[in-house]
Design a protein around this ligand. Structure first.
Ligand SMILES: NC(=O)c1ccc[n+]([C@@H]2O[C@H](COP(=O)([O-])OP(=O)(O)OC[C@H]3O[C@@H](n4cnc5c(N)ncnc54)[C@H](O)[C@@H]3O)[C@@H](O)[C@H]2O)c1
Length: 522
């Protein structure tokens, strides 16, 4: 089958310019849907719109799109779609069948600045334009297999990124999804999908070719389950290229951090080398801090292998170790240059770890949207059974969501605070019941129910949301009720938690599905 990338995005996102540049660079055929439609109509889209209206235009557009997709054979193809093409479900189905959908992401403000004053029929009024942008973004993100940011970037830079991705994906182009981040302190590509470890292999080869060495940090459990496969794809690591740490939270300590620095020093690691974090959130947080600090910052690839790390901790760049007085007190913001999320690695994750992370998955869906929550409810069996296709899609949606929050507010001065939904109570429960007594994910699940209950009183949240959440958490095998310690102890612990966070976060609540509020003081 000929490889095909369909570029989607709002007007002004650069679909035609980027599409032409990528096609030229790769020697692929370029097709511009708007131009083909204009050719068929014999007039400008704006004029046709004005005389016939949107309905007949969309009918013509679908007909031409079908013809273009049917003509695909031989070499690779790039199609620049129209801004509204994917709003029609039959177009979406056809495009998804033919290849990968690449969203060129642009903010509403930037898109307006790029098209204001043009003849585009849907770009005549800024408020109408903004509403259309919001509606279409949901369609684009739902359809996208790759999301590539465009704000503040030149066409050449975006085209090079797409070309590189095509090269590294190789024959697995049709199965990987990609979210790249360009606005964070370090740019980052998050690549996922079945057997995504293959992608890691291609990157390792390229890194070695340009003189960088790889240094792998992992823990004993992950080494046993995935070490051989990972080392095979990474290729020759020379000498003691893998540092295997004891599994568990205790490895997030200053003494283990120092041990890792010494190991890198012993290997004569250089700044252009790459630390590869292969493991769950513990390895990711620690190795991220190692990479952020050694030589004042080396390359970092995150290869998360636990569900929690895949849906949450590997995305967003928070790295940390613990001190005896509290968790995650020393760290840095340091997004991985590359994050590779292979759902196949979840097969060996112990059930307790797997289920615990589902608390965070439910949290994301509550914060994201009504649709995300509905979908989660429909996919309970596939998720519990770790079905490969269901999991790849679930991981993708969680990455889309977390990445969009982090992209807007990397350092948690605003929107990112919403991710603490349920966490004040969870921390209080964990500390009053004794750390390690209750699994963190389980504590988050209970914390969510408390946050939703409070939201009913403070924000008028419909009670059905809590009832549905309770049913969902229960269906995932998580406890939804617990014998609580004295309320005064919990409140005292919650107060301590807030002080640790300098009182900036406050309480996070939900007004309705997908509409959180943060910074609330009880
Ligand atoms: N940086 C962030 O934004 C962020 C967000 C949330 C949590 N965290 C941190 O993440 C940590 C928790 O992460 P976690 O739940 O992944 O814990 P973890 O790293 O300890 O992994 C859980 C257990 O599963 C094992 N494991 C991992 N992958 C496996 C696999 N594929 N097969 C078999 N065993 C496997 C590990 O060895 C460990 O025993 C905490 O330290 C928390 O503070 C960080």
């Amino acid at each position: 089958v000929a490889p095909l990338l369909a570029l989607t995005g709002f007007m002004g996102s650069g679909k035609s310019a980027v599409g032409a540049a990528v096609a030229q660079g790769l020697g692929w055929r370029f097709m511009d849907l708007d131009q083909e439609v204009e050719r068929a109509l014999g007039m400008d889209i704006a004029d046709y719109f004005a005389s016939e209206g949107e309905g007949p235009f969309r009918a013509k557009e679908s007909e031409i799109l079908e013809g273009l997709l049917n003509s695909v054979r031989g070499q690779g193809h790039i199609v620049a779609l129209g801004g509204g093409t994917l709003e029609k479900s039959e177009n979406l189905r056809r495009v998804k069948r033919a290849g990968r959908v690449v969203l060129l992401h642009v903010s509403a403000e930037e898109a307006w600045a790029r098209v204001v004053g043009s003849a585009r029929p849907l770009a005549q009024d800024e408020a109408v334009f903004g509403d259309l942008w919001r509606r279409r973004l949901a369609t684009y993100e739902g359809a996208a297999d790759w999301i590539v940011p465009t704000v503040g970037r030149q066409v050449d830079e975006i085209a090079s990124e797409v070309m590189e991705l095509v090269e590294y994906c190789g024959s697995a182009l049709q199965s990987f999804w990609v979210r790249s981040l360009a606005k964070t302190s370090r740019s980052s590509s998050i690549v996922g999908g079945p057997d995504a470890l293959q992608f890691l292999g291609a990157k390792a080869q390229q890194a070695r070719g340009s003189g960088s060495r790889l240094h792998v940090l992992t823990d004993a459990n992950v080494m046993k389950a995935w070490g051989e496969r990972a080392l095979t794809v990474l290729g020759d690591l020379d000498g003691d290229g893998v540092c295997v740490l004891p599994a568990g939270e205790k490895s997030k300590s200053a003494s283990v951090l120092e041990r890792c620095w010494d190991w890198l020093a012993g290997r004569k690691a250089l700044r252009e080398d790459v630390v590869v974090a292969l493991g769950g959130g513990v390895v990711g947080d620690l190795a991220g801090l190692v990479a952020a600090t050694y030589h004042r910052g080396m390359g970092l690839w995150q290869v998360p292998t636990s569900l929690l790390a895949q849906v949450d901790s590997s995305v967003g760049g928070k790295t940390a170790i613990n001190l005896s007085v509290g968790k995650n007190l020393v760290g840095a913001f340091y997004p991985g240059d590359l994050v590779v999320i292979d759902p196949d690695t979840l097969a060996t994750l112990p059930e307790r770890e797997y289920l615990g992370a589902l608390g965070e998955v439910v949290k994301h869906a509550l914060l994201d949207s009504e649709e995300a929550f509905d979908l989660l409810e429909r996919q309970v069996d596939g998720i519990r059974g770790r079905d490969a296709a269901v999991m790849s899609d679930l991981l993708k949606r969680n990455v889309w969501f977390k990445a969009s929050v982090v992209e807007e507010d990397e350092r948690e001065s605003g929107r990112r605070a919403m991710l603490n939904l349920g966490h004040t109570t969870a921390h209080a429960l964990e500390s009053t019941m004794g750390y390690g007594h209750m699994n963190h994910g389980q504590a988050v699940a209970l914390g969510l129910l408390v946050a939703l209950s409070a939201s009913e009183r403070v924000l008028g949240l419909d009670r059905a949301v809590r009832e549905r959440t309770e049913a969902l958490l229960g269906a995932f095998g998580l406890e939804t009720s617990v014998a609580l310690p004295a309320v005064s102890l919990i409140l005292a612990a919650a107060g301590r938690d807030k002080k640790v966070k300098s009182g900036t976060i406050g309480f996070v609540g939900l007004r309705s599905l997908g509409h959180p509020e943060w910074g609330l003081d009880e």
